[in-house]
Design a protein around this ligand. Structure first.
Ligand code: CTP
Ligand code: CA
Length: 228
């Protein structure tokens, strides 16, 4: 029952996918962010649309075009991303995929004016507070029938990923080892391990579009086991 490209197995389904980094303002001209390129999330969105799904892509700031047949909603901060996800999932989505690299912290208070250097100090302290956990919040709210997370790790990749699967209440988690040069963050290539409560499977190292295809096949298989 594997999907071949450009079949229409996902027709009638609504997939909501997050991608890219979030940007957390420090003041009107500065922000906290990370190096996520958005390529993996965009590749999954493109592939899901090719298979006939209605796709809403909630995207942080990235330098990528909107994939064919995909509706993009552009956001900056994690709080904006959570709000946009709730709106997109309002009618209960079939699949939610959290491919965004959400900033874990934001400024406790954003400065209204550009911050100035203090002449008498060589240090600056910023107070940060935790951002909401978007995917865990949505899982708890029952936002989608199938909740899929990512886990980018530099050590004990499968161990940490399984912990996140459980803690965030997800159906599947896609683990990748970001300590290896040439795959993951910012690269065009990736290699992932897809983990459910009972199974795990490791992909070949391949282009992000091939990996996107594998991820969609696994989600589709999960849906088939849920409906029988
Ligand atoms: N995630 C999220 N909201 C956050 C942080 C993470 O929705 N505030 C999602 C990511 O999109 C990803 C999954 O949770 O699907 C795992 O993200 P990750 O950063 O690996 O997990 P954290 O829980 O933030 O743990 P840590 O960064 O401490 O490893
Ligand atoms: Ca994190």
């Amino acid at each position: 029952d594997l999907l071949t490209p450009k079949t229409h197995h996902l027709e009638g389904q609504h997939w909501v996918i997050t991608a890219g980094p979030t940007q957390e303002a420090i003041d009107p001209v500065r922000y906290i962010s990370n190096h996520s390129s958005g390529k993996m999330g965009y590749a999954i969105a493109a592939a899901a649309a090719q298979h006939g799904a209605t796709v809403t892509l909630i995207s942080g700031p990235v330098a990528l075009p909107v994939p064919a047949g995909v509706k993009r909603v552009s956001v900056k901060s994690a709080q904006e991303m959570l709000y946009a996800c709730r709106v997109a999932c309002a009618n209960n989505a079939d699949v939610f995929i959290g491919a965004a690299a959400v900033a874990d912290f934001r400024m406790k208070e954003v400065a209204n004016q550009k911050m100035k250097k203090q002449q008498d100090s060589n240090e600056l302290q910023l107070t940060l507070v935790k951002n909401p956990d978007i995917i865990a919040t949505l899982a708890q709210e029952g936002a989608a029938k199938c909740m899929v997370g990512f886990a980018a790790e530099t050590q004990d990749v499968v161990g940490y990923a399984k912990d996140k699967l459980q803690r965030k209440g997800l159906d599947l988690i896609i683990a990748n080892d970001v300590s290896q040069a040439g795959i993951g963050f910012n690269s065009d290539q990736n290699q992932v391990t897809i983990i459910s409560a009972s199974d795990q499977w490791t992909s070949e190292q391949a282009s992000k579009s091939t990996i996107a295809q594998r991820i969609i096949e696994h989600i589709h298989q999960f849906q088939l086991t849920q409906s029988t």
